[in-house]
Design a protein around this ligand. Structure first.
Ligand SMILES: C[S@@+](CC[C@H](N)C(=O)[O-])C[C@H]1O[C@@H](n2cnc3c(N)ncnc32)[C@H](O)[C@@H]1O
Length: 266
């Protein structure tokens, strides 16, 4: 039984890059879709899962290079669905996090096109997995704040929000941090954010070329960002990353089974 209905648009999360992190539903929709409109960040190994006859179009607007307008993307989705085609609008990570899905859903609603959202693994979750760090480790972090670097330090400083957002008990995930970390760091420090907060820049999370670099906020200006899509994570939860990471203990399956049995017997 096919999952992709004709005349419908699917806003699908492609995850951070590793095709194994796609949901089963996303993989099935890719295989069945007639039209796939995808962002630049979606990796080729994921696009390779599309059906042979699917029409693939890159509609990405990375780094401000405007190849296609948002209105043209809406038109493409709407006119394809009206022609009774199954349309996948494929977005990096989760489609509802920094992906203009709000505007796209509004356009689909206005045109009375049925649509469905298929969530994906967002970049912050993938970066946390790479760092083996809980974003909400209850010993140090009681909140997770996600925001776009476009609005980071400058806007927040204007509104006096810096210390509130970069609180001692917060984990902050900054998507699209930009290249000017030194300006962001100085704004935060000037506004009373602690210079000892750990910061980790993660690039290409979940991909073979994944890398990260860690420092304290006071040294952020000197951090050289790796190329590729990257994220800046800030917060006490990353203390162990700064310290070179906690040693990874290995346990044999025997030990785990023994433990499972003992728990079961209690
Ligand atoms: C337009 S936003 C889309 C975010 C996406 N919807 C998500 O949930 O991950 C693009 C930004 O996401 C981040 N990003 C996406 N994939 C990433 C990856 N594999 N590693 C690190 N950051 C990534 C980067 O900050 C990139 O500039």
């Amino acid at each position: 039984v096919s999952v992709a209905e004709k005349g419908k648009v699917y806003l699908v999360g492609a995850g951070p890059g590793d095709p194994d992190l796609l949901t089963l539903k996303a993989a099935r929709l890719l295989a069945e879709a007639d039209v796939i409109l995808h962002d630049d960040l979606v990796s080729p190994s994921i696009l390779a899962l599309s059906g042979e006859r699917a029409l693939l179009m890159s509609v990405g607007k990375r780094c401000g290079r405007k190849k296609i307008t948002q209105a043209a993307i809406h038109d493409l989705m709407i006119s394809s669905a009206r022609r009774k085609l199954a349309v996948v609008r494929l977005k990096a990570g989760d489609p509802l996090i920094f992906g203009r899905a709000g505007e796209e859903m509004d356009a689909l609603r206005a045109a009375q096109i049925p649509f469905e959202v298929v969530p994906g693994v967002t970049a912050a979750s993938s970066a946390a997995a790479l760092l083996e760090t809980s974003l909400t480790d209850r010993r140090v972090a009681s909140k997770l704040i996600v925001f776009s670097g476009h609005h980071a330090a400058g806007e927040m400083a204007k509104q006096g929000l810096c210390p509130a957002i970069f609180a001692e008990d917060a984990t902050v995930a900054i998507y699209m941090p930009g290249d000017n970390l030194s300006e962001m760091a100085s704004t935060l420090l000037r506004n009373g954010v602690s210079g000892s907060l750990p910061c980790v820049a993660v690039s290409d999370a979940s991909r073979p070329e994944a890398r990260y670099q860690a420092c304290r906020l006071s040294g952020l200006a000197h951090l050289i960002l790796p190329p590729g899509p990257r994220l800046l994570l800030v917060g006490r939860a990353f203390e162990s990353v700064l310290g070179g990471g906690a040693p990874v203990e290995t346990a044999s399956l025997d030990g785990v089974l023994e433990l499972a049995r003992s728990i079961h017997l209690e």
